[in-house]
Design a protein around this ligand. Structure first.
Ligand SMILES: C[S@@+](CC[C@H](N)C(=O)[O-])C[C@H]1O[C@@H](n2cnc3c(N)ncnc32)[C@H](O)[C@@H]1O
Length: 229
């Protein structure tokens, strides 16, 4: 498998009108997300007594869960580590609403749930936010070959994530789907940005909604290559 397989956008001058409408919707979504994120992390800055204010805000390390669903896992982690800033995102608004109920019930000021698509979230994430940990728990496996492009783990994503990791940051991936596990191992192995970490223990054991439905699962932990020189 080779890195960098994403095809460029078509150069055709005859782009359908729907394409431009979707671009416009995407821009509006990202602007709204950027504003929500800014608000959440400003709040975070107020709740933190370290980190000097800079033009782009204080450098902040966060624990980030992509595809957090109803927020079971991240709420449990944030309850155990209330001083750590945690951000969970999911595409589905009703799941984020449920996740926010959990946060409010436990008064977890440093826990934030946002409705967002992963790549759009990374595009609007301010430079000074770095990932202490990135967690993927039971992401949609998209088993058919023609749908593999929908999987969250892709080479461009791995490259971008590696640039946004804090020193000693780790990526944690868990799935019940062996084919998606193999895909992730292959992508991490072929990526120039990551190396598999067999030494580190799992970040926090708390069965998610989907984990509870599965008989077994596979986990992998990785770290950015730069740590090894
Ligand atoms: C199978 S569920 C797992 C939810 C949760 N992690 C768990 O283990 O219970 C996968 C979740 O990922 C979300 N998701 C899928 N693709 C996404 C994307 N590109 N960006 C953000 N969330 C995404 C889905 O909406 C769904 O809630």
């Amino acid at each position: 498998m080779k890195e960098g397989s994403n095809e460029p956008l078509s150069n055709s001058k005859e782009m359908p009108e729907g394409y431009f409408k979707e671009l416009k919707r995407q821009e509006l979504r990202k602007a709204e997300l950027a504003s929500l994120l800014d608000e959440a992390l400003k709040e975070e800055a107020r709740n933190t007594d370290t980190g000097p204010e800079t033009d782009s805000g204080p450098e902040t390390e966060i624990v980030f869960e992509a595809g957090c669903g109803h927020g079971h896992w991240l709420t449990s982690y944030a309850t155990k580590e209330p001083e750590v800033c945690c951000v969970g995102i999911d595409l589905i608004a009703s799941r984020i609403t449920k996740a926010n109920h959990k946060k409010e019930k436990r008064s977890l000021a440093k826990l934030h749930f946002l409705k967002a698509e992963l790549n759009e979230f990374l595009e609007v994430l301010p430079e000074h936010i770095k990932f202490k940990s990135v967690i993927f728990l039971f992401p949609d496996p998209w088993p058919k070959a023609r749908h593999h492009k929908n999987r969250m783990i892709q080479f461009p994503l791995l490259k971008l994530l590696a640039q946004k990791m804090a020193p000693n940051g780790k990526l944690y991936f868990r799935t019940d789907d062996q084919a998606y596990y193999d895909w992730t191992i292959e992508h991490l192995g072929a990526s120039e940005a990551w190396t598999i970490d067999n030494q580190t223990a799992w970040i926090h054991e708390e069965a998610t909604y989907f984990q509870n439905l599965m008989d077994s699962y596979y986990s992998v932990i990785a770290q950015p290559m730069t740590l090894n020189g």
